[in-house]
Design a protein around this ligand. Sequence first.
Ligand SMILES: Cc1cc2nc3c(=O)[nH]c(=O)nc-3n(C[C@H](O)[C@H](O)[C@H](O)COP(=O)(O)O)c2cc1C
Length: 180
Amino acid sequence: MLLNKRVLLIISGGIAAYKALELIRLLKKEGASVRCILTKGGAQFITPLSVAALSGEKVYDDLFSLTDESEMGHIRLSREADVVAVVPASADMIAKIAGGHASDLASTVILASDKPLVVAPAMNPLMWANKATAANIETIKSRGIAVVGPAAGEMACGEEGLGRLAELADIMEALRATLK
Ligand SMILES: Cc1cc2nc3c(=O)[nH]c(=O)nc-3n(C[C@H](O)[C@H](O)[C@H](O)COP(=O)(O)O)c2cc1C
């Protein structure tokens, strides 16, 4: 199902960003091509160099890039994808999607996209339980966006609860289901 599919992977700012590196590897192993957008938050957790090395493609991070925007890069990025995935999706990125923001490259690409979107949230359990996040999740689900996870368990911050990134196998399955 993922063979020859083009995945646009948005990596936003959370501790689980390192798991996106393994996801790139798994997607490529199944024959997909992976192009990545690393948000400013995401780049605090993993480097563009690792993302570029694993994806084998340039990493996009700047909305106001002269080189990319001379070809309207923010429009082209989603046009050239079969599916868009946000892994991990920070509470901030989810709020931007729900609110229809276009304040950075990732949110602008999502707003200017007509491709299926898969969102895998990962955050502290209290952030996840917050009514603001719950409302944002309801909003994006009501628009047909697929939300995978989060899972329950021990968090990197030492707390327990719901907020861990879904297992990569489950995220892969959601991508396959979306592409069916
Ligand atoms: C150490 C640390 C860990 C964080 N982990 C998370 C997280 O797991 N999930 C989340 O939603 N936000 C987390 N945040 C907050 C986000 O990084 C912050 O909201 C950031 O603005 C998100 O950026 P983005 O929207 O560009 O991805 C964390 C912040 C710090 C300093």
